[in-house]
Design a protein around this ligand. Structure first.
Ligand code: XIL
Length: 367
């Protein structure tokens, strides 16, 4: 008996040492194959967001982007403020440039986003009221989705419509759309998008769905209820977009809860896309080696759970390189050290996070 306990402990210890040294190996050995290839090998799509301004001016970055990514999503070019800057004018130029860039490099293109409470143009509040709101929304969707029809892999038709802290029983966020049109605005938008672009995958996109925290559980429940309702009335929604903006040291993973949620979504006959992943390093130690390891670990732990679900078809990060990330502005570190939330560093070198994402693809079951 005594000997067997000692033997058990010894074997546990050696397993642990093995695990750590494996992990060390994993952290240092970097395969050379780009992420887009490693995802494609599993029937998955990898890509990222970028901007017209960046891709058209930073040639080195644009080349790396085309090498790593199989799908491009514009960070702001298709949002209302940019594409619909005055009531009767649509500015398609930056979006058109991006679609061409994507297709010229054999990449798919995503639309982001047709309905959101954010990035509304200044004219919106002065012009839109409960009498004209439906017509303005329909005109926007018909014009924008119609313009890009046939060129879009997937549209984020409605973005961030759930916000349980607003206190409604259906969990809907209190937005101008909800105030002016009621909960049906979501159905109206999906139906209009389906009509304008029958080929695109129509996505409901939201954040705060990944973690173990109680508020994430509330958000998951509300999103699921919304998707169930949309499906039950025949609203053409095809996929859930999970933004996956992680916070290093804050967001905790509950793989059981996450898996069950993904299964519930898949059971509604919906696909799932990870649409905007990044890892905020604001609360992590300054030491770059340690910080990069923690960030990489989060990518790998999360993606290995998520990619186990066959309904997941794509992973996008919200940016490719730390050279260009919204987090530099939105979540800067207190110590002013440059943030490191993405797969490539600011010099466009592959980081441990890149390695972690690649390994998650390598280990994912084939679609
Ligand atoms: C962000 C962009 O990255 C910023 O540059 C912009 O100023 C604000 O929007 N969820 C979304 C994205 O759906 O549209 C947001 O993008 C990030 C959070």
């Amino acid at each position: 008996m005594g000997t067997s306990i000692v033997a058990d402990e010894l074997s546990h210890l050696s397993n642990q040492i093995q695990e750590i040294s494996d992990r060390k190996g994993d952290f240092t050995v970097i395969r050379n194959t780009p992420l887009r290839k490693r995802a494609t090998a599993k029937g998955l799509i990898y890509g990222a967001t970028s901007q017209h301004r960046i891709l058209s001016s930073d040639k080195k970055f644009a080349a790396r982007f085309a090498q790593e990514c199989a799908i491009l999503v514009p960070e702001g070019e298709l949002k209302w403020r940019t594409i619909h800057p005055s009531p009767n004018y649509f500015n398609f130029k930056p979006g058109d440039w991006m679609v061409e860039f994507a297709h010229a490099h054999g990449m798919l293109f995503r639309g982001h986003t047709l309905v959101w409470h954010g990035s509304l143009p200044r004219w919106f509040a002065d012009t839109v009221n409960s009498r004209n709101v439906e017509q303005i929304l329909l005109k926007h969707i018909t014009t924008v989705a119609g313009h890009y029809a046939g060129k879009i892999h997937s549209w984020d038709v409605v973005n961030e419509a759930i916000h349980p802290p607003h206190g409604r029983t259906d969990g809907l966020r209190n937005t101008p759309w909800l105030q002016l049109l009621g909960p049906n605005y979501i159905d109206i938008a999906f139906r209009a998008a389906a009509k304008a672009d029958p080929q695109a995958l129509l996505v409901y996109n939201d954040f705060g769905l990944d973690g173990a925290a109680y508020q994430d559980e509330l958000r998951r429940t509300a999103v699921l209820k919304l998707l169930e309702r949309l499906k039950s009335v025949g609203t053409p929604v095809h996929a859930l977009g999970i933004q996956a903006h992680w916070w290093g040291g804050v967001t905790r993973l509950d793989s059981g809860k996450l898996k069950a949620f993904l299964r519930d979504v898949a059971d509604l006959d919906l696909k799932i896309m990870i649409t905007e992943m990044d890892v905020t390093d604001k609360k992590l130690p300054k030491d770059v080696i340690l910080r990069d390891r923690i960030v990489a670990g989060i990518y790998e732990d999360y993606l290995s759970v998520v990619l186990d679900e066959p309904a997941v078809i794509a992973v996008l990060t919200w940016g490719l390189s730390d050279r260009y990330t919204w987090l530099s502005k939105y979540q800067p570190r207190k110590d002013r050290a440059p943030v490191r939330p993405l797969p490539l560093d600011a010099q466009l070198n592959r980081k441990l996070a890149w390695n972690a994402i690649g390994r998650a693809f390598d280990n994912a079951p084939k679609r």
